[in-house]
Design a protein around this ligand. Structure first.
Ligand code: NAD
Length: 512
């Protein structure tokens, strides 16, 4: 592999080994080693090299983190919104100062091209932090009223307590931010379990919070397996809420465990986003949008465009132009400045993606890709892949692949296009492509998903909510809507009569 990024990678590896020498847990404001008795390795998916070996968290570490979060809760929840806001503003500034450190660690552990980490993951996280610094001052209950005539009622909005959060490996930094920021802005404290494959930037994030003056114990990280550390966190009696982002299969298990301890639950699960191209669409825009929307983060994006439905008159041209554009995407070293697409997260994930494509070959057409690229076999690379003519009920159309694979199917009527878009259990995101405002507006109403883009696919912004419908989960990340997850409301009722024998008492004793 041509490797102009070699020295940047070597520096990033050295930095990681030195920086995390004290362990991959962050409890009560300081790093710690896990005590499960098992180790795990962060592997660079671009080379297959082991970058960093660490001790996984066990149940004792989860207990220690929950205890630290519980102890920090009274102080943090009693801080004024202004004080929490100031701390979050300082947090945003520390993150911005250390942006390059974060970007390199994220690219090293995920194999993301450095341009994606630098231009999307890290600035998105800084912006999210700045957004919640402002939003922390706008937490409101409802105004008071005399609804009974004899009382004044009002609603207080209060934090919930210790939040136990579990995150996936595809956007480790952004997922840590999406989980932690609304929770702590609202006065909660948190224990976050990142995915075992990718703990580095969650740890840096927590360390930056301490550096910004956020009190010890407010944001804790436990890096352990899902089965041991994850389930213990979800079941923990001192954890008031579970917020989970990951696959629908694991989400179901998390829901079972959380339900048995009566916890509030927020689930951000898998997706299989449709991309609906009507016959009046700007074809050039749709082709560019499909390639970017399908390949972002090597397709390991819960909102990635995965199923393109293209109205019959545009179908063949869409297929051939999308394949042509896909084949220009440059795979390579994530640290090289001209790399567009990095590897998948692991060789296991690459083989899983290859398995989906191989099983589809007998009944669909692989137009481009469908192979491990030559010369890049050491890394977990897979060529951008376009599959046409698959059946709607086939596995490649219905299951979440989580790789650089786009399936294209034709449709005839608008009714059919929208019906097919809704024809999976998922409902996280979707896009529709049209120049006709009525058609586009119909798609926004009738496609059942948490986000519908018109003439674009992927952009997210801190001010707007992200979250699923149907098997993609419930609850929202980002925006002020996320406060609905991380706060609870309390009805406060004052008697206004100052009368001992109140009128309503006669329903219990005495006569009028
Ligand atoms: P995953 O479900 O395998 O794992 C997610 C997290 O859950 C990891 O930290 C894992 O250790 C933990 N876990 C595993 N078993 C557990 C258990 N029994 N109890 C508690 N925790 C457990 O998902 P992944 O492979 O890391 O990530 C990819 C998935 O995440 C995809 O399905 C993707 O769509 C989804 N995702 C969704 C969103 C969203 O916003 N809806 C965002 C990113 C990723």
């Amino acid at each position: 592999m041509d490797n102009p990024g070699h020295s940047t990678r070597a520096q990033a590896q050295k930095y990681v080994r030195e920086h995390f020498a004290a362990g991959a847990q962050y409890i009560d404001g300081r790093p710690a080693r896990g005590t499960s008795g098992h180790t795990h390795s962060v592997v660079d998916p671009a080379t297959g090299e082991r970058v960093f070996r660490y001790e996984l968290a066990g149940t004792d570490d989860v207990d220690a983190a929950v205890a630290a979060a519980r102890d920090a809760f009274p102080g943090w929840s009693a801080a004024t919104p202004g004080e929490r806001s100031d701390a979050l503003h300082r947090f945003a500034a520390v993150l911005a100062d250390r942006a390059e450190e974060f970007a390199r660690a994220e690219s090293l552990q995920c194999g993301k091209p450095l341009k994606l980490s630098r231009e999307f993951d890290v600035p998105g996280t800084v912006d999210n932090t700045a957004f919640f610094a402002g939003a922390a001052r706008h937490l409101q209950g409802q105004s008071a009223g005399e609804y009974s005539g004899d009382h004044t009622s009002y609603v207080r909005r209060e934090p919930i307590g210790v939040i136990g959060s579990i995150a996936p490996w595809n956007y480790p930094l952004q997922m840590a931010a999406w989980k932690a920021l609304p929770a702590i802005a609202a006065g909660n404290t948190i224990v976050l379990k990142p995915a075992e494959l990718t703990p580095l930037t969650s740890l840096l994030f927590a360390e930056a919070a301490t550096r910004a003056g956020i009190p010890d114990g407010v944001l804790n990280i436990v890096t352990g397996t899902g089965k041991e550390a994850g389930e213990h966190l979800v079941a923990h009696p001192d954890v008031a809420m579970t917020s989970f982002t990951g696959s629908t299969a694991v989400g179901k298990r998390v829901a079972e465990v959380a339900t048995s301890t009566v916890k509030r639950l927020h689930l951000e699960l898998g997706g299989k986003a449709p991309f609906v191209v009507f016959d009046d669409a700007d074809l050039d825009a749709a082709v560019h949008g499909a390639v970017a929307g399908a390949l972002i983060n090597t397709g390991q994006d819960c909102t990635a465009a995965t199923r393109a439905y293209v109205q019959r008159p545009l179908y063949e041209e869409f297929v051939s132009r999308t394949a042509d554009l896909m084949s220009t995407v440059r795979l390579g070293d994530p640290f090289a400045p001209d790399t567009d697409l990095g590897p998948l997260i692991s060789h296991g994930q690459r083989d899983r993606v290859a398995g989906f494509v191989d099983r589809a070959r007998s009944s669909a057409r692989v137009v481009t890709g469908g192979e491990i690229p030559q010369g890049l076999e050491d890394g977990a690379y897979y060529l951008p892949t376009l599959i046409a003519d698959a059946a709607q009920d086939s596995e490649i159309v219905r299951s979440e692949i989580f790789g650089p694979v786009l399936v294209v199917l034709p449709f005839d009527s608008d009714d059919e296009g929208i019906r097919l878009a809704n024809d999976t259990p998922y409902g996280l995101a979707a896009s529709a492509w049209s120049r006709d405002v009525y058609r586009a507006n119909r798609a926004t109403r009738e496609i059942r998903a948490g986000c519908v883009w018109i003439n674009d696919h992927i952009p997210i912004i801190s001010e707007m909510p992200h979250g699923g419908h149907r098997a993609s989960g419930f609850g929202k990340d980002m925006s002020v809507y996320s406060f609905e997850e991380y706060t609870q409301i309390k009805h406060v009722m004052f008697d206004n009569t100052a009368v001992a024998a109140k009128d309503w008492h006669r329903t219990v004793f005495g006569d009028r």
